[in-house]
Design a protein around this ligand. Sequence first.
Ligand code: ADP
Length: 482
Amino acid sequence: MNVLHIASEAAPIIKVGGLADVVGSLPVALKSLGITAKVALPLYESIFTEHEQALELLGKGAVTFGGKKHWYTVYAATLKQTGMEVYFFRNDEFLSTGLPYFADTIARRHAKQADRFAFFSRVVVDYFTRKSSWKPDVYHCHDWHTGMIPHLLHHEYEQRVGTVFTIHNLAMQGIRDVSVLRILGHDRRKHTPEIDYDSADGNIVFLLQGILGADVINTVSPTYAKEITTPQFGEGLDKVLREHRHKLYGIINGIDYATWDPKKDTYITHQYDASDSEQVATAKVFNKSALYEQIGHTPPTDVPLIGIVSRLYEQKGFQLLREVEEKLLKNTACAFVVLGTGNTVIEDWFRMWSTRSPYITYIDRYDEPLAHQIYSSADMLLIPSKFEPCGLTQMIAMRYGTIPIVHSVGGLKDTVQHLQNGIAFDTFSGQALWRAIESAIATYQDRKTWRKLLQNAHKTNFTWQASAKQYALLYEKVKNRG
Ligand code: ADP
């Protein structure tokens, strides 16, 4: 069976968050099940600059978009690390300038961003239905960026192929006024209930189109799949999701064990076997001192280190630290190393805290090698997300003998069990978070219990094996559509 994954990012080529990890590893895992899975990505400027030599020109095509004819060029590459085959779509007006996501004012960002991914969806469908000799049996669309694909495929291009739509983050929906339909060349005579329903308020929501139009939909953990059917987590779409419960699944993400392996990780100073808690303890001492030297972190005493590797948006819950700021600044029982960027208000808190406490260091950037070093040095990783579709950092942490401290929600609830393989708190409040941190420090000092936690964390299986099989079942279900 042939499956095409269509997404805005895929590791290691282009990564902003966990979506890239998934798109970079699930297709590889599917191979062992006899599925040929390939990936389609926009050819962003940085990919072209960094990988020009590796790109093979496959061909050109043209689509009408916004009433004008636009050319697109398709390249292919096979990734050295994983053998994954990727198609890249180039168009200098819509796809191939700047970063994947535009940093612009909100309104303009939406329009530009939506046009970029509407164009991408259009050319992907055009290429694989009209030009490519390799034909997908199933189009696996990831997040709002690709939400228009089921409609384009089933109605504009009248294809009877299966579609799966995966929601990695319900909060990002891709909203554009209805003019996008005209831009996409939508034939108004071809009314569909999905378009009528969605456009009634004057907007098209790409994520909603994915939900309505795909043959099956899933999100990236069983708990989040349930949560999004409630008003608390539904981001305004809970009613629609309840109505489509019959085709909504929850499949937990895996992580790539080759990328995240402390035994072979070339980014870290001291490699180690996380199944051996003595080795973990020794390696962390070496890695911590190398990390501290590199980032100029000088906590006055030898205390456990809590790492944070995260996008810094409200979703990730670090506003809870603001609620317990006084305790945080007085704290001398643990150190914090924080790596991440995002909302400037949250960034500024970390900046301010790091100037006021020698126990806190903040590094305001995206830095892959440093992320690996933090996973390998920290004793705990803090993940207090308000909501979390799956979350990968708690799984990565456990691979590195780093105990996650999590708010028990979404995928964090499915993967972290309190005092088994991590520390979990139920109430989303600063006080509950702080109690969890104190409990983690107390448990760390009880070496026997900590060792048990490390062993359980190491034994928890986060490979793609089981989840890839669940995706294969979904593909079987939809492949003979119509
Ligand atoms: P999300 O996709 O919501 O950002 P996930 O937990 O699913 O969260 O995935 C986050 C991924 O991004 C992990 O691979 C993590 O290591 C990585 N990451 C997050 N922030 C940074 C950063 N500042 N530098 C390097 N890697 C980061």
